[in-house]
Write a protein that binds this ligand. Structure first.
Ligand SMILES: [Zn+2]
Length: 260
């Protein structure tokens, strides 16, 4: 599943193409959206901002209109030179926004909706989101308040995936952040000190930002436990383990040697 860094990365690529411009063409090729008339409703309107909150991305238009997207497990954003071959089949495109010689494409988008800014402010799902870990003004106190209001018997690894506690963390950064802070992802939230909880997000945040801004795979932060079951821990040499965690049994990776 794309995590916050992947969504921010998409926004950073889309922004120079669309922000401040009136798109030359907007298409919503899926029959499901034919009745929504997005091309007509957005015609002639300037894109005022491209922003993100956790795993959500918003294309904001004049007159307080916003296209809201969430990629869930399958979706992807891409930017192509006009006429270039796409990496997914054209029938999988849900949204195509062209400006000049560039096309911004959303593929396989399970959540794609046009809303007014007022509706976005009152949308239950969006209002429930915790602080965006990758926002400029991210404040760990807001995360801590929400974490302490959550079920304290829940394993910390599970609580970190709950977007109401902190928005943007997924399976990769949950595992990596817990390792970075030396915290066992199975430990109940109530047994994790404030400083430890903050250390988890403080480890993940700069790595996620680096991943969002990396120009190539070589610049991405290395993974220390994620996907490394059976391999030695880079810190203590113990064998890294993996097991399903939480209601969705999402696999978590951790080192039993140095994560307590
Ligand atoms: Zn270790």
């Amino acid at each position: 599943m794309p995590e916050g860094d992947t969504i921010l990365r998409a926004a950073l690529r889309i922004r120079p193409v669309l922000e401040g411009r009136v798109p030359d063409e907007i298409r919503a090729p899926q029959p499901r959206h034919a009745a929504d008339r997005w091309p007509q409703r957005l015609a002639g309107r300037r894109v005022t901002a491209v922003d993100t909150h956790g795993k959500h991305l918003f294309l904001r238009f004049e007159d307080d209109l916003a296209l809201h997207s969430h990629l869930r497990m399958t979706g992807a954003w891409a930017v192509y030179p006009r006429g270039a071959r796409w990496r997914r089949a054209p029938r999988r495109a849900w949204l195509v926004v062209r400006a000049g010689d560039r096309e911004v494409v959303e593929f396989d988008g399970p959540v794609l909706e046009l809303m007014t800014a007022a509706r976005a402010r009152f949308d239950q799902r969006l209002r429930a989101l915790g602080p965006d870990l990758l926002a400029d003004g991210f404040a760990p106190e807001a995360f801590l308040r929400r974490l302490r209001a959550d079920d304290q018997t829940r394993p910390i690894g599970d609580a970190l995936l709950d977007q109401r506690n902190v928005a943007g963390i997924g399976n990769i950064w949950k595992a990596e952040g817990c390792w970075g802070a030396g915290v066992d992802p199975w430990r109940p939230v109530g047994a994790v000190a404030d400083e430890e909880a903050v250390a988890i997000v403080a480890d993940a945040r700069p790595r996620m930002l680096a991943a969002a801004r990396a120009s190539g795979p070589g610049e991405r932060p290395e993974r220390r436990v994620y996907g490394r079951a059976g391999m030695p821990c880079p810190r203590c040499g113990a064998t890294i383990r993996a097991r399903g965690q939480g209601d969705d049994a999402r696999t978590t990776w951790w080192c039993p040697g140095c994560q307590r």
